[in-house]
Write a protein that binds this ligand. Structure first.
Ligand code: KG4
Ligand code: ZN
Length: 340
């Protein structure tokens, strides 16, 4: 396949947590190929991601994942116009593997290299699938982060609120672990919650009486622990449904404040792993409708970590001229509003 006039092809590489992922996306929003090697089975018995195991596993997988991505696209590196990789935030061992691999490829193939902030990958992915325009109000909820932002352009992010302790995804993961249901917790808890009674357990709604956009999920987690200490044999469906409802209520309460704080913004968006939760999506869609806002969310398969989001954020940054021209040190912590 040849790069056509005006259209560019990006190879995106993601390795910041427990997925070794790569994808080829073009600037006309087509996903040409998309490969994810999930390490979940390797971490399952530990009940969460073990950073050293993850880093080692990325080293073993990355070559094959990238080759498979090129093969599925029937392309070689010569057909690729830009190479984008996650340079943080995340588990630094894994980030280093993906970033250095991408930097090596870019140098060898003489292609522009783009350092993508993983959060920016999540934040811009909704634009790949729907024609949403800037600005939009974004709930970015993943395993590592819970933030509400106004996204006014590529690189133009205003933080309205964020978690003071755990992230939303972490809360799902910890509750699943307490119930002995496995890892990652989000999809498992969502599944168990189906058919459960969301009012069976009285979980708290932290910060909901406060006039800001911050989150706190550790109180919900502590409540879960306290319930389980009192009654170890709970009905998992009711427990999961009640927990999930508390998270939804908190999200909607916080977003209601955010909508007031950003009156001109007419689109509401959710992204990050937690955006894969259908009940959360549905509640946000209703909230948007009540405020005459449009609602957008990435397709389910693009909510959790993947290479597509990195390739797409690479394209958006390339068109802004954000190319890495000197060596970049990957960062375990990297606030979204800062350039690499
Ligand atoms: O974005 P992501 O894949 O990785 C990070 O950047 O952290 O998000 C992973 C998080 C995990 O905590 C996982 O439990 C959560 O997203 N998650 C979900 C669902 N699917 C994944 N949370 C709630 N409901 C889901 N369906
Ligand atoms: Zn993520």
């Amino acid at each position: 396949m040849q790069a056509q006039e005006g259209k560019i092809f990006a190879l995106g590489i993601e390795s910041s947590c427990d997925e070794t992922a790569a994808a080829i996306v073009d600037s006309e929003k087509n996903i040409i190929s998309h490969v994810i090697y999930s390490q979940v089975p390797e971490h399952q018995k530990w009940g969460g991601v073990v950073p050293e195991l993850a880093a080692r596993s990325h080293i073993l997988a990355i070559d094959e994942v990238v080759q498979k991505t090129l093969d599925e696209a029937k392309m070689t590196l010569a057909d690729i116009d830009i190479i984008a990789a996650t340079a943080g935030p995340g588990l630094i061992g894994g980030v280093l593997v993906g970033w250095e691999f991408a930097a090596g490829l870019a140098m060898a193939a003489k292609k522009p290299l783009i350092a993508v902030n993983h959060l920016e990958g999540h934040a811009l992915t909704p634009r790949l699938d729907s024609d949403i325009e800037f600005p939009y109000l974004l709930l970015l909820a993943s395993g590592g982060h819970s933030q509400i932002l106004v996204v006014s352009g590529v690189g133009d992010y205003k933080l309205l609120g964020e978690t003071l302790d755990d992230s939303a995804g972490e809360a799902f993961d910890k509750v699943a672990k307490m119930l002995g249901l496995g890892y990652p917790g989000g999809p498992i808890v969502e599944k168990h919650a189906e058919g459960g009674n969301p009012e069976a357990f009285d979980f708290p709604r932290p910060l909901c009486n406060q006039n800001n956009c911050d989150f706190s999920f550790s109180g919900i987690k502590t409540a879960a622990r306290t319930f389980l200490n009192k009654t170890p044999e709970v009905n998992a469906a009711d427990f999961c449904a009640s927990f999930q409802q508390s998270v939804i209520d908190v999200i909607i309460n916080r977003l209601t404040n955010a909508i007031k704080a950003a009156p001109g913004v007419k689109t509401l968006v959710v992204a990050g792993g937690v955006a894969a939760n259908k009940k959360i999506r549905a509640a946000m869609e209703k909230l948007a409708a009540r405020h005459d806002m449009k609602f957008a969310a990435p397709p389910l398969k693009l909510c959790t970590d993947n290479g597509v989001m990195i390739a797409w954020a690479g394209i958006e940054n390339f068109f802004q001229g954000n190319i890495a021209t000197e060596p970049i040190a990957p960062r375990p912590r990297w606030p979204l509003a800062e350039r690499p």
